[in-house]
Design a protein around this ligand. Structure first.
Ligand SMILES: [Fe+2]
Ligand SMILES: [Fe+2]
Length: 180
């Protein structure tokens, strides 16, 4: 169902997830974390994935469905997705705390970094598949819903403020994917 800007944004989140997997293999080989990479990943998940992308999903897409109004099944899945968004943000917060502790020399921080990165790379494929392929549920059928995706940028004014940074983050992640 999500089309317009949401699908390409999911593809970029998948690229960041591939970078996480690559960094996890590197950490396993070296037993060292790259704090700069973790900062970029945290910025990506907080600004691009949470604030901008989740903002469009929860404020625009879910808002349009609420106005439709949705079936209880739609509302239930919206609730699940909102909980999943909050879960991902908590994991990112844990990754940030672990990175700070790693910087101060904590001996347990590396294991916490690995755990958080593993959790994020396991979480996103299932979350994205749910949104791309199963939302809103087709039973009962959603025929008749029309969502104006062009409203994304103007409906959430805060997105407009962050949009230049959002675009820069996308360029950065694409460049990192091309790096060896
Ligand atoms: Fe989402
Ligand atoms: Fe999404």
């Amino acid at each position: 169902m999500p089309t317009g800007q949401l699908m390409p944004e999911h593809r970029l989140i998948e690229r960041m997830r591939a970078l996480l997997k690559r960094e996890l293999s590197r950490i396993q080989e070296t037993s060292k974390a790259d704090q700069r990479f973790i900062e970029i990943a945290i910025d990506f998940f907080r600004v691009y994935t949470d604030f901008c992308h989740r903002g469009k999903e929860e404020h625009v897409l879910f808002g349009e469905l609420e106005a439709w109004p949705p079936f209880p099944e739609h509302r239930a899945m919206m609730g699940e997705l909102i909980q999943e968004h909050a879960f991902a943000l908590e994991v990112v917060k844990g990754l940030l705390e672990a990175k700070e502790r790693y910087g101060w020399g904590s001996s347990e921080a590396l294991a916490d970094i690995i755990r958080a990165m593993n959790t994020l790379s396991a979480f996103y494929p299932a979350h994205i598949e749910k949104e791309d392929k199963h939302f809103p549920p087709t039973d009962p059928p959603t025929k008749g819903i029309s969502i104006d995706y062009s409203m994304f940028a103007c409906i959430v004014p805060a997105l407009m403020v962050l949009y230049p940074r959002h675009s820069l983050i996308a360029v950065l992640v694409n460049n990192l994917c091309r790096a060896p």
